[in-house]
Write a protein that binds this ligand. Structure first.
Ligand SMILES: Nc1nc2c(ncn2[C@@H]2O[C@H](COP(=O)(O)OP(=O)(O)OP(=O)(O)O)[C@@H](O)[C@H]2O)c(=O)[nH]1
Length: 308
């Protein structure tokens, strides 16, 4: 039996991991394997995804549309050799990935026969600035989709949500559009009962343009929550995305999950009873907007100690 692939794309911080997590939580015993690609060197997403019956494979420090394309095909072959085989495979791309390049690779005849690409789903942040609708990478992600899942409807009013949905439908008239706040999406849309895989036409491969860069901050010493919040306020205008885990002075026996997406920063205590394991944060910015030195200086000043 062929194993259908669901490809989940969407801009940085749109809500892909949240949606993949919801799908896996509701898999109801179905063996779904997940391949998660983080652009940064630290695998934050893989740690946030729990409960995949067949485990989560993490590909980090690059993008499966270019530098890691060989790793993706090897990972799929390995998943397909597992006994028992997964019943479906979800691939979460990084937010900087152009899905066209991944789709072209998935149409490799050997992979296609065993694991046809059934659905391309693009998660779209309803609260993202209007200007994103002119962004070439975002447009490529939108246009590749069969399914547009609109996240963060809870952050905008009904009129703005309707207006955003209208604009999205005009950009991709072929796609089914569905509201998916908190990643909630009907499972029969993402895994249709009757296979819907079809050959897709993709444009020829373009040379990839380096547009974003990632920076890491890691430290074994707990940091001050108040100091960190000040740092985030200062750095946020120069960042597109940041995420990570924090060990704080204020909460010595638990950890925080930090997220900065769409200009919104959140800090949430992790439900899991996890011991301190060090602070690990990935910062993503357009090239030239910020340097590792800026980040190190800000973090060192905030935490009053030296990180690495
Ligand atoms: N209010 C609200 N927040 C959401 C929703 N979906 C996702 N988020 C939040 O948006 C932030 C980014 O979500 P992720 O699911 O990590 O986004 P992503 O697309 O996987 O991010 P990258 O992989 O880094 O590109 C997190 O803080 C989520 O909790 C939603 O529907 N409503």
């Amino acid at each position: 039996m062929p194993v259908p692939i669901l490809l989940v794309t969407g801009f940085l911080g749109a809500g892909k991991t949240t949606l993949v997590n919801r799908i896996l939580q509701r898999a109801d015993g179905r063996r779904i394997a997940a391949v998660v690609n983080d652009f940064g060197a630290i695998n934050i997403d893989a740690e946030l995804i729990a409960g995949a019956e067949d485990g989560v494979v993490s590909l980090a420090n690059g993008c499966i549309c270019c530098t890691l394309e060989g790793d993706l095909l090897r990972t799929l072959s390995n998943l397909l050799r597992r006994t028992p085989r997964p019943e479906a495979i979800v691939i979460e791309t990084s937010g900087v990935a152009d899905p066209e390049d991944i789709i072209r690779n998935l149409m490799d005849p050997v992979i296609w026969r065993a694991a046809p690409l059934e659905t391309v789903l693009c998660v779209v942040d309803a609260a993202a600035p209007e200007a994103l609708l002119d962004d070439p990478l975002f447009l490529s992600q939108l246009r590749a989709a069969d399914l547009l899942a609109v996240s963060k409807g809870d952050l905008v009013d009904k009129a703005s949500l309707d207006e955003r949905c209208r604009s999205l439908s005009q950009i991709n008239r072929r796609a089914t559009l569905v509201e998916a706040t908190g990643g909630d999406i009907p499972l029969d849309l993402v895994f249709p009962e009757v296979g819907t895989a079809r050959e897709r036409t993709t444009r020829p491969k373009r040379p990839s343009i380096d547009r974003f860069e990632t920076f890491n901050w890691t430290s074994g010493t707990p940091i001050s929550l108040a100091g960190f919040q000040q740092v985030v306020g200062r750095l946020a205008p120069r960042l597109v995305r940041a995420k990570g885990f924090l060990d704080t002075i204020e909460k010595p026996d638990g950890r925080y999950l930090f997220q900065l997406a769409g200009g919104r920063a959140t800090l949430a205590p992790l439900d899991r009873d996890e011991p301190a394991r060090g602070t690990r944060i990935v910062f993503i910015a357009e090239i030239g907007r910020i340097t590792q030195v800026d980040i190190d200086d800000a973090m060192i000043r905030a935490s009053g100690h030296q990180g690495q």
